[in-house]
Design a protein around this ligand. Structure first.
Ligand SMILES: [Fe+2]
Length: 284
């Protein structure tokens, strides 16, 4: 074989292999999973039987189709009564007013589907753009829960949704996160409580406070997932993290942890597709 032909074959093979790898990586980061759960509790007010909660977490300003169309289609199909955003809508490493459009577009479309409730995560806590983001979210009609609560009402019945800011907002006062959470829980008169909080590693504390359901993110599914082992690493939990994906139960408290949608420092997910979580409430 001529030297030039051999060189051409090598170049073409290299280009094909690179294209295939790039396609595989794109699929790992963009193929959306929707995980559905049914939650039973006899404490649940009867009017909330069948209530559908969709959780979106850790978008990190990622894009899912032009104008987030792929993401919005999945959310619309899930037909939620409310949408909960459990932090890290943006990424502190890629934050300018003109490049958080994917996050803003997602929110702008989400409020057309159902009422949206949001808590800020650690990336919002450390980003200079957070005040601007918050202003935009409020303008779109999002309920920003930064250490506050709302009553969700149906017919004459109500449940409480409490949302807390990420502990990174109080880096010099580490106890403030738990203090805020406990105080809010004590202030509520309702029988049934849902918590929206970015961090899953405080699960024991959430259970001790007596929350019925918690929605958390932050762990990104452990970034790389292995069969029978699960996630390999999550921030603030280290290697072989305990809370990365799905449902966890402790006493009367159930926590749902979303694997999230986007990436931060580590750019690639492996066996860990972006995930939406849908929970249907049932009066047992
Ligand atoms: Fe995150």
């Amino acid at each position: 074989m001529k030297k030039q032909t051999k060189r051409t074959i090598q170049l073409v093979s290299g280009a094909v292999a690179t294209a295939l790898l790039a396609r595989a990586a794109y699929r790992q980061n963009h193929q959306l999973d929707i995980s559905s759960f049914v939650y039973h509790n006899e404490k649940l007010p009867g009017s909330f039987h069948g209530f559908r909660i969709l959780q979106v977490s850790d978008l990190h300003n990622a894009r899912f189709g032009f104008h987030q169309k792929k993401l919005m289609k999945e959310i619309q199909l899930a037909s939620p009564d409310i949408i909960l955003i459990s932090g890290d809508l943006i990424d502190k490493r890629r934050c300018r007013k003109n490049n958080i459009q994917p996050a803003l577009r997602f929110v702008k479309e989400a409020v057309k589907i159902a009422p949206v409730y949001y808590v800020p995560g650690n990336h919002e806590a450390t980003s200079e753009i957070y005040p601007y983001l918050k202003e935009r979210l409020l303008a779109y009609g999002v309920e920003v829960l930064g250490n506050s609560m709302v009553e969700l009402s149906r017919n004459e019945e109500a449940i409480t949704l409490i949302g807390v800011k990420d502990p990174k907002f109080y880096i010099h006062e580490p106890q403030r996160f738990q203090h805020n959470l406990q105080t809010l829980k004590q202030m509520s008169d309702n029988q049934f409580h849902i918590l929206l909080s970015h961090r899953p590693e405080y699960f024991d504390f959430y259970a001790a406070c007596g929350f019925d359901i918690c929605f958390c993110g932050h762990a990104h599914g452990g970034q790389i997932r292995l069969p029978k082992i699960g996630g390999l690493y999550a921030p603030n939990q280290g290697i072989f993290p305990k809370y990365t994906n799905g449902r966890y139960v402790k006493g009367d408290t159930t926590m749902f942890v979303s694997r999230g949608l986007g990436n931060s420092k580590a750019p690639l997910r492996i066996h860990n597709h972006p995930q939406l979580v849908l929970v249907r409430l049932c009066k047992a």
